[in-house]
Ligand binder design. Sequence first.
Ligand code: RIB
Length: 323
Amino acid sequence: MADKTKYDVLVIGSLNADLVVRAPRFPQPGETISGGDLLTIPGGKGANQAVAAARQGANVAMVGRVGKDNFAPFLIENLNANQVNTLHVSQDNLASGTAIIIVDENGQNSIVISPGANGKVDAQDVDSAPDAKILLLQFEIPMETALHAAKRYKANGTTVILNPAPARQIPDELFAHVDILVPNESELSLLADMPVTDEKSAELAAQEILKQGVKIVIVTLGSKGALIITNSQATHVETFNVDVVDSTAAGDAFIGGLASKLLNLESSGVPLNTKQQAAQLQNAVRYGCACGALAATKLGAQPSLPRKDEVEAFLNQSPTTDS
Ligand code: RIB
């Protein structure tokens, strides 16, 4: 039976089983080093962002594919346990998406992905997906599927947010169907085809993207916070100092938190027009920064994503640092 619900947030994206080992450092090419115990953790950029938004109270559905293996029920059950609707996650006769992750003692990671069933998400999955106020897309599914989804949902008036990760070349026409682009510095550099080394160069690169139809670019800068760039202004939002245990999924936590806050603004479309809307967008980005900072204090992807009460308590204790 067709799902007639209009969700707050729909994610069309990947589900991965993350196979994680902590190591003192990353091995050199050809080198073998010894790490800690192997952990199997639910991840995947799409599923992480779905859980991140659901933990902030949004009504979320996930569209994607898993394989026919032991990881499949593990990945789906974890989404269900986080109140993410999985009616539109189907099963293929191959392996589930997998990510091999090394986390070093500074909390930085190095990841190799095996797409598995994520590589089969297609236009039919998009066409049978339910309506939503906000669509979240990333690049762990085929590019043509992401493009098809952006076109379909943008035409319906859904706010389309694209996290262009992992970094890939994209068809030029995609930008015209995206409202908010959320790249990190290296993704932005690839997309704009120019070096991004500081705030000024990030602003210039983002302006190139805005010319192609995106309304807002939010550049995530890791420990330096985020930069919001629109046609009329560039605003820096600082993040929070935390002891980093594992940065995996910090960006996904940011996007889920941001999306949940943008829901308050969704009825008036992408917030651009008034000073009040610009301030609300800034607050939503600050909220996303808090979600990302908290996620970095814990090991793993989905288990590290903070809940609404944790984020609110953290923000209440943290001085405002917006500039
Ligand atoms: O963004 C973090 C995610 O990237 C991990 O969970 C891993 O699955 C990779 O997709």
